[in-house]
Ligand binder design. Structure first.
Ligand code: WT7
Length: 654
């Protein structure tokens, strides 16, 4: 099973037409219709989005300006008043959907719970009142550090309801990482659980919160704790409260706050080129519209669908396509606490069979792991309810695509390979299942209203088949608005790599891509210092800073190494302080140290001790060579700019 290679991608030319059933009932029914729509949208994106915003969402008050674009700062639906929790809940209550399942939840130990729209609305209103009671006001930030339980979605919607911004921190992050993020966002309250179940173990979430707060998070005045694992936790008098205690007495009456379309909805931290994670800022109106439309058209949602996305709510995929997109559409969304684990490697197929899942959305890394486990597991379950499949997180290698198509999809389900990012809020390049013929390994073409291209460093489009930088040429409703508290970093990271062309500013995604002669996009992966481990994004600098914070480490350099299942794995070169000597114990200790600083997702797969690193004469580490060394390849390219040629020999030998 190979990871996507340029070779396999370049030679891929199979074409899968949309099945007839889709072409007949989808919102966009043919390639011609897609092209016509995309052209109309590109000619006047503001008018295109305004029409949809009017048709699809509830507004307390209409906007006066669709788009105010002061590059690189965009405002959408300026003057409009909206509440995304209202759009996800209240407006379904006076329809037959009132008693439709909004959220179907399955816990790792096999417990489960279903909440109808009416029940979810009630829980959210109560929680909104609980938060108000804890002093949370419109404009405040609330940290959410939770397992995959319904309360995580309830907490997000409750924040949105009262106009407090949430910042969800993935439950796999360490106390240290949690502390940094809570401080950056200046969160007032943290919502957590006593623990969460993950791979048959209990993850002590509350203990991590305690540790983070002991480390110093002066903004936090209250902690709300969901009882999930019934583990022993210590509750700090006056600061900590049980969710169920406060929820039990809270009023279920809480009208949704009328928010400005541009009010902060959430901050979500993601990795970039420096050691400090970026707080990606998303606002209300544009995000609501864009996640609504992409969910509706790309997932071809119908009222009898049971939709399941396997992501965690700690990532943007969970925000946009477990919670907001599906609920805004009145869909049934499945939430699963577990992940494939030795005690139940086929758990995903169990969930599909149990709930009759019709639309399934997962990551290529999961698919590759399933391939390794063999076809018996999916074949042992009835997957005939499935009608549409999706992938996200990294390029999918054509081999994995074909397996997904044949073994999971029974050759009848289209696959939407959705390219997007934390920063884009929603799908940017994706097939529309009733219209777009798919090619294994290609995310195909931009969503209507998105103007994307592949360009060189001067912003000039590269010829078909040639590699370049993936850019977006026109603002879109759910684009990030800035880096929280750091407009300069926002400008520098996304808008200055490629110079404006004829006054047009280009959004630089950080990915390399090529477009083929049919206009299909083939995303090749990151071109910056970001590595993608099992679809999780990590900054090389972030891992390096974690390593050098250990007393034994003098210097560290981290690169990605190809991995059959994870896509990429972390490979770290470490130079030790003089008084320490290399040993396997120290390797283990350093790996554990990174887990403590960041979380288990950042644990290096391999650490190599070195005497020196390859550097240019000006002292810059030549990562290209390290990548070659890590993957056991020959050193590619000119080594003459190196300060000390013998360094490479030593690394090769060592
Ligand atoms: C990066 C964004 C979007 C939610 C999950 C990840 C890579 C994502 C694809 C895809 C090729 C993909 C890119 C992107 N990526 N989807 N379908 N094909 N690459 O969000 O953590 O913000 O990471 O993931 O490199 O830049 P994220």
């Amino acid at each position: 099973m190979a990871s996507p290679t340029i070779e396999s991608i370049l030679h891929e030319n199979r074409l899968f037409a949309p099945p007839d059933g889709f072409a007949q009932t989808a919102s966009i029914k043919s390639l011609e219709e897609y092209h016509a729509l995309a052209e109309r949208a590109a000619a006047d994106p503001a008018a295109f989005w305004a029409e949809l915003a009017q048709q699809e969402l509830h507004w307390f008050q209409p906007w006066h300006t669709v788009l105010d674009w002061q590059p690189p700062f965009a405002q959408w639906f300026v003057g409009g008043k909206i509440n995304i929790s209202y759009n996800c809940l209240d407006r379904h209550l006076n329809t037959w959907r009132r008693n439709k399942a909004a959220l179907i939840w399955e816990g790792e130990p096999g417990d489960s719970r279903t909440l109808t729209y009416a029940q979810l609305h009630r829980e959210v209103c109560q929680m909104a009142n609980v938060l108000k009671g804890m002093g949370v006001q419109k404009g405040d930030r609330v940290g959410i550090y939770m397992p995959m339980v319904p309360e995580a979605a309830i907490a997000m919607l409750a924040c949105a309801r009262i106009g407090a911004a949430h910042t969800v921190i993935f439950g796999g992050f360490s106390a240290e990482a949690l502390k940094d993020r809570l401080n950056d966002a200046e969160a007032k309250v943290v919502i957590t659980a006593d623990g969460g179940f993950r791979k048959d173990k209990v993850i002590p979430l509350k203990a991590a919160v305690d540790q983070a707060l002991e480390g110093g998070v002066p903004s936090v005045s209250g902690v709300l704790v969901v009882q999930r694992t019934k583990s022993e936790v210590s509750m700090v008098e006056g600061r900590d409260h049980w969710w169920h205690d406060l929820q039990a007495t809270a009023s279920a009456h809480c009208p949704a706050e009328e928010m400005d379309a541009e009010d902060l909805l959430f901050i979500l931290y993601t990795s970039g080129t420096t050691g400090k994670p970026k707080g990606v800022v998303h606002t209300t109106g544009g995000y609501n519209l864009y996640t609504h439309m992409t969910f509706k058209w790309a997932f071809d949602i119908k009222d009898n669908d049971v939709y399941w996305c396997t992501a965690d709510v700690g990532w943007i995929t969970g925000h946009s396509y477990i919670v907001y997109g599906p609920l805004s559409n009145g869909a049934t969304t499945v939430m699963y606490e577990g992940v494939p684990r030795p005690s139940n490697p086929g758990c995903f197929w169990d969930v599909i069979e149990k709930y009759g899942v019709t639309i399934f959305y997962t990551a290529p890394t999961a698919i590759r792991a399933f391939i390794k486990m063999g076809d018996e597991l999916p074949k042992a379950r009835d997957l005939s309810s499935l009608r549409l499949l999706g992938t996200v997180g990294e390029p999918i290698n054509p081999e994995a695509w074909m397996w997904y198509h044949q073994v999971v999809g029974g050759e009848r389900c289209p696959i939407i390979d959705t390219w997007w990012q934390t920063e884009t809020g929603g799908f940017m390049i994706t097939p529309l299942p009733g219209a777009t013929p798919t090619k294994p390994g290609s995310a195909t073409m931009p969503f209507p209203g998105i103007v994307a291209d592949v360009v060189d460093l001067d912003g000039a489009p590269v010829p078909p088949g040639e590699g370049g930088y993936l850019v977006v040429k026109h603002p879109w409703p759910s684009m990030m608005r800035t880096v929280y508290g750091d407009d300069a970093r926002y400008r520098r990271t996304y808008w200055e790599h490629i110079a404006p062309v004829n006054g047009q500013h280009l959004y630089f995604a950080g990915d390399g891509a090529r477009k083929d002669a049919d206009g299909y996009f083939w995303v090749m992966g990151r071109v910056d210092d970001v590595i993608n481990v099992s679809g999780h994004r990590l900054g090389t600098m972030e891992v390096e800073s974690a390593l050098v914070s250990h007393p034994a480490v003098a210097e560290a350099a981290v690169v990605g190494r190809k991995d059959e299942v994870k896509g990429e794995d972390i490979y770290a070169f470490v130079i030790l302080e003089g008084q320490y000597s290399a040993s396997d114990e120290l390797k283990q200790e350093l790996k554990q140290h990174v887990v403590k600083e960041i979380g288990a997702i950042a644990r290096p797969g391999e650490i190599k001790f070195a005497d020196a690193l390859p550097k240019t004469r000006s002292g810059k580490i030549i990562r290209r060579f390290l990548r070659n060394l890590a993957s056991g390849e020959a050193i590619a390219g000119d080594a003459s700019t190196m300060e000390d040629q013998s360094v490479l020999d030593q690394l090769r030998r060592g």
